[in-house]
Design a protein around this ligand. Structure first.
Ligand code: NCD
Length: 321
């Protein structure tokens, strides 16, 4: 049986078969999401709570839409107005919410490992929506789905991941996933933005865009994660754009049919040229957003199935049925 886990904490815990199972189900949810009536009852009667301790547009809204399309009761906890501001710890907040019997808890937190810790304290399914610079599993899955639909496969591709690798959970989860699916990975960026021990990752490392992009099928750009930088990692944004910003000229080093990706939010004119980002012949950035909803529907559907199996057949009908 595939995808038997209680939680989705990282790509690290998934097998290639698990990944394929998520992508196959996601394809079906892409079709459902393109209909006028987008409803399924995979999560009917279940409660989903989204707890975002860090800013988010795409991830939070797509988890909310995904839950609603699957028929769950979805609550977004507004952290800015919660007791977190009064000093309540993450675990106390989680235990408080746990007492309200949620079935799915979607958590984003600035500390690496915080979501794993929380998962040990609650008795529902926990989905990691990004923890520090550790993992962002649904992002890597939606990127994989986008690549598979654009290229027809998710193996034996040359994927260049460019920019602020050191601070990026997106890069980390993608590295793990693309490695598990046997792709060739190139990391491109200034040495100051490469994680320590990068040589052991088993991928090529470049500090020159032209050389790194040579023959790439997929070019994945990353945002400069300034909120995770505590000093001068780059001389200036202008200089950074000149050397590492993706524009049509640098992209010409990749394969003629290479696709351009970015998880968002983008800094136009810092890591990517605005016109290239909007070029529907090269950029799949909007597709990534669309795939995000479908992948989150698939992940929550699979976790809900496991939860039901674990708890025994759920009661059907009303309380007195
Ligand atoms: C990313 C994140 O939060 O890790 N964004 C996202 O989820 N789409 C990347 C980023 O913030 O740069």
């Amino acid at each position: 049986m595939t995808f038997r886990a209680r939680h989705l904490l990282g790509i690290e815990q998934l097998t290639p078969e698990d990944i394929r199972a998520v992508l196959d189900l996601s394809d079906r949810y892409v079709e459902l999401s393109r209909r006028t009536i987008k409803h399924s009852d995979a999560l009917a009667g279940m409660t989903q709570i989204n707890m975002f301790f860090e800013a988010s547009t795409r991830t939070q809204s797509s988890f909310e839409l995904a839950g609603k399309r699957l028929g769950a009761d979805v609550m977004n906890m507004s952290v800015a107005h919660s007791s977190v501001k009064k000093g309540e710890t993450l675990i106390d907040t989680a235990l408080t919410l746990n007492a309200m019997h949620p079935d799915l808890l979607v958590v984003r937190h600035p500390a690496s490992g915080a979501v794993n810790l929380l998962a040990e304290k609650v008795n529902c399914a926990v989905l990691n929506a990004g923890d520090g610079r550790h993992e962002h599993p649904t992002q890597a899955l939606l990127d994989a789905l986008t690549i598979r639909r654009a290229k027809g496969r998710i193996q034996r591709l040359t994927v260049a991941i460019c920019g602020d690798i050191a601070h990026s959970r997106v890069a980390r989860s993608n590295l793990i996933l693309l490695g598990k699916m046997e792709n060739r990975i190139r990391l491109i960026g200034p040495p100051t933005l490469m994680p320590t021990g990068v040589a052991e990752f088993g991928c090529e490392v470049h500090d020159d865009m032209a050389a790194g992009l040579e023959g790439a099928d997929v070019v994945m750009m990353l945002r400069l994660q300034k909120e995770r930088m505590d000093g001068g990692f780059i001389p200036s944004e202008r200089e950074y754009y000149h050397r590492y910003g993706l524009d049509a000229e640098k992209l010409a080093n990749a394969k003629p049919d290479a696709i351009v990706m970015h998880p968002g939010p983008m800094n136009r004119g810092v890591e990517i040229d605005g016109e290239l980002a909007d070029d529907i012949n090269r950029s799949v950035i909007q597709d990534q957003v669309e795939m995000g909803v479908a992948v989150r529907m698939a992940c929550m559907d699979l976790l809900a199935q496991n939860l039901r199996a674990e708890r025994g057949r759920a009661a059907t009908g009303g309380l007195y049925a």
